[in-house]
Design a protein around this ligand. Structure first.
Ligand code: HEM
Length: 486
């Protein structure tokens, strides 16, 4: 007998499950269709053991992801304490998540939530109409013609670095090429996007970024973390690092607002943008979020790409020599310009190959907003989906000699037959990197300028290992000696 005044246990359970995606994900993880909508597609295979036994930020984490993809296929389920994640490794999945079905995936994930702690609601972390409006405002700053105008500044910065390297090469001192690249790309990001040179603060910015990356990863890796407002030692470190970057960025905005500095750059566009309906401009908070986003997204990634390129070249002397010869042939003794880019073809392919093996962004996370079927497997709403450049870029199913550094694989005749999305260092679709064109140009010009005069030799005996934080840095930098090769 049931009493109509009281809901049945089943309807209470059903309502609870409807209201809570995580409860539903958990029930579905057990193979139970909590909403009883008919037979369910099976859950993807799941490796034995716990996915979080390999700490974040270690090479083993990368290796583990690769191994489970090789062992269990293109769709793998990973059970975390309060979350089910799925690693999708097929290029078709890249196309589906980032392009065809992008509306069915959100950035409401723990990863982006944690990034929002310091990036706020800028272009990388925002969504929906708000993101679209901000992207439209920022897009003209990245137009091809406008970017070409940045070439001379980029070459000047690289040539200055080349000059500063001369005495250091002569003395044979050890130089950390990772931090040199960080300083250089910071100057370039500042000059191109903000018409300012914050590279005097590069040390502070680099240190603050490293703290942020580590703290963000620690938060992502722990089953439970105290709210960021609690004054724990880790939270204090996170807040101090954010405040340090805030001070630098807000100072830039303040100087521009007061008209002490003018610029024909992204910051000026953001400052002048007006809401079509209200006519209101962006407040300092939103400006800060956008500037911080471009600042960080733009320099850390490019710096890692260049650092890994020098590392790979040091292990492939023939390719390094050919690269130097290309720079000599194309540039002679004059500075590079935007017009040289097509002729610097090996330089372009070297960078492309370097970002295949060491993708500066090695993983992307999304959350499906509805239940989906991927290759006959059930991917529940509210769970997590990972696409990993590290895995897909090195997967033997897609690449011949996947671990080999082979810039010639990017020659047109050898590219035939590649899947359009087996290589996605800049993501794809509407949320593709807005700075991809700038990054590619910057990489080519910096590499040609430095390779024209230098060979980088990492200190012997130093173990160079990728550290998968938000971006892929070499753990402990890249201590090296510099060798002049005019
Ligand atoms: C080698 C260098 C770079 C790599 C590998 C890279 C990679 C990426 C990737 C994978 C995304 C997608 C992130 C996601 O889905 O959450 C992204 C987005 C973004 N990148 Fe880059 N990036 C690079 C350089 C730059 C530069 C130079 C800038 C600006 C100066 C920049 C600004 C951005 C912004 C603003 C977004 C968010 C775009 C949006 O969602 O509308 N990036 N980048």
């Amino acid at each position: 007998m049931s009493d109509a005044r009281f809901p049945s246990l089943r309807s209470v359970a059903r309502r609870a499950v409807e209201a809570s995606p995580s409860l539903r994900t958990w029930a579905e993880g057990l193979g139970v269709d909590a909403l009883r909508r008919g037979p369910l597609a099976p859950s993807p295979p799941r490796p034995r053991g716990l996915p979080w036994h390999v700490p974040m930020g270690t090479f083993e984490r990368l290796d583990h992801l690769m191994k489970i993809s090789l062992a269990h296929g293109d769709v793998v389920r990973l059970e975390f304490p309060k979350l089910t994640a799925h690693l999708l490794s097929h290029p078709d999945h890249v196309q589906r998540v980032l392009i065809d079905d992008h509306r069915r995936f959100s950035k409401q994930t723990r990863g982006y939530e944690t990034l929002r702690l310091f990036l706020g609601n800028g272009l990388v972390t925002s969504e929906g109409e708000f993101w679209l409006r901000q992207r439209r405002i920022a897009q003209p700053a990245f137009h091809r013609k406008r970017i070409a105008g940045f070439a001379d500044g980029i070459v000047r910065a690289a040539a200055d670095l080349g000059r500063a390297w001369a005495p250091r090469a002569a003395s044979g001192e050890t130089v950390d090429v990772a931090s040199e690249m960080m300083q250089l790309t910071l100057r370039i990001a500042g000059e191109t996007m903000l018409s300012a040179d914050p590279s005097g603060q590069a040390g502070a910015v680099g240190a603050a970024l490293e703290i942020l990356q580590k703290e963000v990863n620690r938060r992502l890796d722990s089953p439970w973390v105290p709210p960021v407002e609690w004054p724990t030692p880790h939270n204090r470190r996170l807040r101090a690092a954010t405040e340090q970057l805030d001070r630098i960025v807000l100072d830039l905005i303040d100087r521009r607002r007061r008209g002490r500095e003018q610029g024909d750059d992204l910051l000026q566009m953001l400052l002048e943008a007006r809401d079509e309906e209200t006519g209101a401009g962006m407040d300092d908070r939103q400006l800060r979020d956008e500037v911080m986003t471009v600042f960080l997204a733009g320099h850390e990634t490019t710096s890692n790409a260049l650092t890994w390129t020098f590392y790979l070249l040091s292990r492939a002397p023939q390719i390094a020599r050919a690269l130097h010869e290309e720079a000599v042939r194309v540039l002679g003794d004059r500075p590079a310009t935007a017009d040289d880019l097509p002729a610097l073809d090996l330089t372009r392919r070297v960078l492309q190959e370097s970002m295949r093996l060491y993708p500066p962004v090695w993983i992307l996370g999304r959350s499906p907003t509805e239940d989906l079927d991927v290759d006959g497997y059930r991917i529940p709403r509210g769970s997590l989906v990972f696409l990993s450049q590290w895995v897909t870029h090195r997967h033997p199913k897609w690449w011949e000699n996947p671990e080999g550094f082979d810039p010639d694989r990017w020659l047109p005749e050898r590219m035939r037959g590649l899947h359009r999305h087996q290589y996605f260092p800049f993501a794809a679709g509407p949320r593709m990197c807005i700075g991809a064109g700038l990054a590619q140009m910057e990489g080519q010009l910096v590499l040609a300028t430095l390779a024209r005069h230098y060979r980088v030799q990492p200190v012997p005996g130093q173990r160079v290992e990728p550290e998968p934080l938000i971006t892929l840095r070499p753990r402990g930098g890249l201590p090296s000696t510099l060798h002049r090769i005019d």
